[in-house]
Design a protein around this ligand. Structure first.
Ligand SMILES: [Ca+2]
Ligand SMILES: [Ca+2]
Ligand SMILES: [Ca+2]
Ligand SMILES: [Ca+2]
Length: 352
């Protein structure tokens, strides 16, 4: 062969047949899968094509463990003191190239900056985790499933986990409780049970499926530990009710309504003014109960006036009749009291 012919032959006989690995997921080729790459060598002798020669390489794709826990939504959960089943949430994304289980744990912060900027100053109680079973991003009692871990999460899948807890009574507006959800990669094991915690392969690459932790240090996390956490929080919006009870003399049997005095037989008007602080939650079902002293007698002719107003600290005569008198006790339920508002209950007695 001439040099030119030899170069042409060299170029033409090396047809390489490769099986390109096509990533099935953003997380990459599925762990444990085999990539087979075969080369075919064609050649001639004396101008006659000979049987080709092939060579094959098989490699096993290793497992890259990556997961990200993030807070669900962008705002704190506003809660009332004593509220039960208060919901905050997280997403858990399996960015690994394998199906995994995830162990879940909730921890509470003590002090420090909460997820939305306030300072954590209380803990919630009765914490439960629920999976967003119907995938609508909202906690649905009776539909979403109580869980302690995430089972069989496919590569690239994201699960929404709700933290449902109770808020203690007695907290004030602006109090914050931060909760942290930590997910730890576990072997998928059997469906319906939590596998053992995933461990990294130590030392050199093996011919089998090795495991590498690829989780990062984003948002205060520790890189390369096969776990991820995020924080979310509850912020209290309480009502700030105050009550002021006043009395004024209306008349007496001697002076009538002109400079009346608090003598026996005198008529006295009581006013209970209930105020809700500015920036507070609306107070509902505001029920008043006022047992009368033995030295007084309820004046049924006047009755009970509810939902009146106050001007400069003095109760106005503008309520509407309602309430009840039973067992020597005056009772009434006021309309909802919004932030910065005041409402009254007014009744009269005579002095025995
Ligand atoms: Ca706390
Ligand atoms: Ca749901
Ligand atoms: Ca499992
Ligand atoms: Ca980590």
């Amino acid at each position: 062969m001439t040099r030119t012919m030899r170069l042409l032959a060299t170029a033409s006989v090396l047809a390489v047949a490769g099986t390109a690995a096509t990533p099935a997921f953003a997380a990459g080729t599925t762990a444990g899968s085999t990539i087979t790459n075969t080369v075919t060598v064609n050649y001639q002798v004396g101008g006659v094509s000979q049987n080709s020669v092939t060579a094959t390489d098989n490699l096993t794709v290793d497992r890259k463990i990556n997961l990200v826990v993030a807070q669900l939504g962008t705002t704190t959960t506003s809660v009332s003191p004593g509220q039960t089943a208060a919901v905050t949430g997280f997403t858990v994304t399996n960015s690994s190239n394998a199906t995994l289980d995830f162990a879940l744990a909730v921890t509470q912060q003590s002090g420090g900056t909460a997820a939305h900027g306030g300072t954590d100053n209380f803990n919630v109680s009765n914490i439960k985790l629920y999976l967003d079973t119907n995938n609508n991003g909202v906690y649905d009692a009776g539909t979403d499933t109580l869980i302690t871990y995430l089972d069989e999460v496919a590569a690239d899948a994201t699960k929404t986990v709700f933290v449902v807890s109770d808020i203690p009574l007695g907290r004030s507006t602006g109090d914050v409780a931060d909760v942290r959800l930590t997910a730890t990669a576990a072997e998928s094991g059997a469906a319906g049970s939590l596998g053992i915690t995933v461990t990294q392969t130590a030392g050199a690459n093996t011919s089998g499926m090795d495991t590498v932790f690829a989780d990062t240090n984003a948002n205060g996390n520790t890189a390369g530990d096969g776990a991820s956490f995020a924080d979310n929080d509850y912020t209290v919006l309480a009502a700030a009710l105050t009550a002021v009870k006043t009395s004024k003399i209306i008349s007496d049997p001697i002076n009538g309504s002109t400079n009346p005095k608090m003598i026996p037989g005198a008529t006295v008007e009581y006013c209970i003014a209930v105020s809700n602080g500015a920036g507070s939650a609306t107070a509902t079902s505001v029920a008043l109960s006022d047992p009368l002293p033995a030295q007084t007698t309820y004046l049924s002719a006047f009755g009970i006036k509810l939902n009146g107003t106050v001007t400069a600290g003095a109760c106005n005569a503008d309520g509407t009749s309602g309430g009840s008198f039973a067992s020597n006790t005056v009772s009434g339920t006021l309309n909802n009291i919004a932030a910065g508002s005041t409402s009254t209950m007014v009744f009269r007695i005579t002095i025995n």
